[in-house]
Design a protein around this ligand. Structure first.
Ligand code: PMP
Length: 362
C-alpha cells in the first residue's frame, strides 16, 4: 500500500505553497506585510437570492470595470483575485511538460507557484540595474515560452518597469508569446497603465485587482484585461461560477462612480503617508537604503534586517522579510498603513537605532 502522499503528482509533492502573509501568521496589531489598504470600506449586501447560482461573469461588474479602465466589456474578465488570472493564463496557454513561462525576479511569488502547481516549466531572467528588464537575456531564453509575466509596478521592489522596454518585449514576442503586465498596484501610479496599448498589441494582457487601492483584499476579486480573443480563451477554462453572489454585489458597489471616487481619495491620502514614511525611514540609523516607491509599500535595506524584523514582530508590528529574494539580502518590505501605524514603525526603529548607537559607543 502506498502512502497517500505517494499518490500525489510529483510536482505537488515537491511544491512549496505560496507563503502568504496570512499563512506566515504572527499575532500583531500593526499588519504591514500584505500590501493591504489599512482601513475597511463600507458596503451593503443587497443580493439576497443565494438559492440561485451566480452569473459566471456578472454583467454589472464587467461593465463597470470596463468603463473604469476605458475598455469594452469584451476586453474584461473577472476572477477570484488577480491570482486566479495568473493561473488561468497558464491553463489556457501552456502545455505542461512542453511550454514555459518566464519572469524576472525579484518579483511576485505566485508566477512560480502557479507554474509548479500546473507542472509548467518556468524560466527566470534576473532583473538588472534598477530592477529593469534584461531584454537580451530574455531574448535568449524565449524559445518555447508562451507567457512572460512583467510586474509593473513591481512587487516587492516598488518600481515601474520602463515602458520602452515593455514595448521592445512586445515586439520580440509578437506571434510567439503573450506578455502579461501585472498592474495590481497601478492605482497608486495610474498614468503608467498599459491599457492604451491593447489596440496595438493583440498579445498584451493586463492583470488588475480590487485587493489593493480598492481596499477589498478579503473580497477576492481581480480582473484580466486583454483583447476579446484572449478573453474568449480564458472563458473556456474558468470555473462556471468563479465569483459568489455577495462578491459580485460588493464589487459592483466598489466600481460605482462613488466607489471609484472614494478609492481615489484613499490613494491621495495614502501617497502622502507613504512619502512621509520614506523620509522618516531615511532618517533612521538602522536603515541603509530606502528604495523609491510607486506603490503602497516601501522596500528598505537595513543594517541588521533580522533584528529589525524580530524586534518589530515582538512589538506586534508585522513586516515582510525579503531576504530570500535574489538581490534583496537585508531587505524588508513595509506596507503603508495609517499615519499612526507608520509612526509606530518609525518610533520602534528609532529606539533600535538608539540602542545600536549606544552599543557602538560602549
Ligand atoms: N499581483 C501582484 C503583484 C500582487 O502583489 C498580488 C497580491 N499580493 C496579486 C497579483 C494578487 O492579487 P489578488 O489579491 O487579486 O489575488
Amino acid at each position: 500500500m502506498s502512502k497517500i502522499e505517494d499518490l500525489a503528482r510529483a510536482n505537488v509533492r515537491q511544491l512549496t505553497p505560496y507563503q502568504s502573509a496570512r499563512r506566515l501568521g504572527g499575532s500583531g496589531d500593526v499588519w504591514l506585510n500584505a500590501n493591504e489598504y489599512p482601513l475597511a470600506v463600507p458596503f451593503d449586501l443587497r443580493q439576497q437570492t443565494l438559492n440561485r447560482y451566480p452569473e459566471c461573469q456578472p454583467k454589472a461588474v464587467i461593465e463597470r470595470y470596463a468603463a473604469y479602465a476605458g475598455l469594452s466589456p469584451e476586453q474584461v474578465l473577472v476572477s477570484r483575485g488577480a491570482d486566479e488570472g495568473i493561473e488561468l493564463l497558464m491553463r489556457a496557454f501552456c502545455e505542461p511538460g512542453k511550454d514555459a513561462v518566464l519572469f524576472c525576479p525579484p518579483t511576485y511569488g505566485m508566477y512560480s507557484v502557479s507554474a509548479e502547481t500546473l507542472g509548467v516549466e518556468y524560466r527566470t531572467v534576473p532583473a538588472q540595474e534598477g530592477w529593469q528588464l534584461n531584454l537580451s537575456a530574455i531574448a535568449e531564453k524565449l524559445d518555447g515560452v508562451k507567457l512572460v509575466y512583467v510586474c509593473s509596478p513591481n512587487n516587492p521592489t516598488g518600481n515601474l518597469v520602463k515602458p520602452e522596454a515593455i514595448r521592445q518585449l512586445l515586439e520580440m514576442t509578437r506571434g510567439k508569446a503573450l506578455v502579461i503586465a501585472d498592474e495590481a498596484y497601478i492605482e497608486f501610479c495610474p498614468t503608467a497603465t498599459l491599457t492604451g496599448w491593447l489596440k496595438e498589441y493583440p498579445h498584451l494582457v493586463i492583470l488588475r485587482t480590487l485587493s489593493k487601492a480598492f481596499a477589498l483584499a478579503g473580497l477576492r476579486c481581480g480582473f484580466t484585461l486583454a483583447n476579446a480573443e484572449v478573453i474568449a480563451l480564458l472563458l473556456k477554462v474558468i470555473a462556471p461560477y468563479p465569483l459568489s453572489t455577495p462578491v459580485a454585489d460588493i464589487a459592483a458597489q466598489a466600481l460605482s462612480e462613488q466607489g471609484v471616487a472614494l478609492m481615489k481619495e484613499h490613494v491621495g491620502e495614502l501617497l502622502a503617508t507613504r512619502d512621509k514614511l520614506i523620509s522618516d525611514l531615511r532618517d533612521c540609523r538602522c536603515v541603509e537604503k530606502v528604495f523609491p516607491s510607486e506603490t503602497n509599500y516601501v522596500l528598505a535595506r537595513f543594517t541588521d534586517s533580522a533584528l529589525v524584523f524580530k524586534t518589530l514582530w515582538d512589538q506586534g508590528i508585522i513586516l515582510r522579510d525579503q531576504n530570500k529574494q535574489p538581490g534583496l539580502a537585508g531587505c524588508l518590505r513595509i506596507s503603508v498603513g495609517t499615519a499612526e501605524e507608520c509612526d509606530r514603525v518609525i518610533s520602534a526603529l528609532q529606539k533600535l537605532s538608539g540602542a545600536s548607537a549606544s552599543m557602538e559607543q560602549a
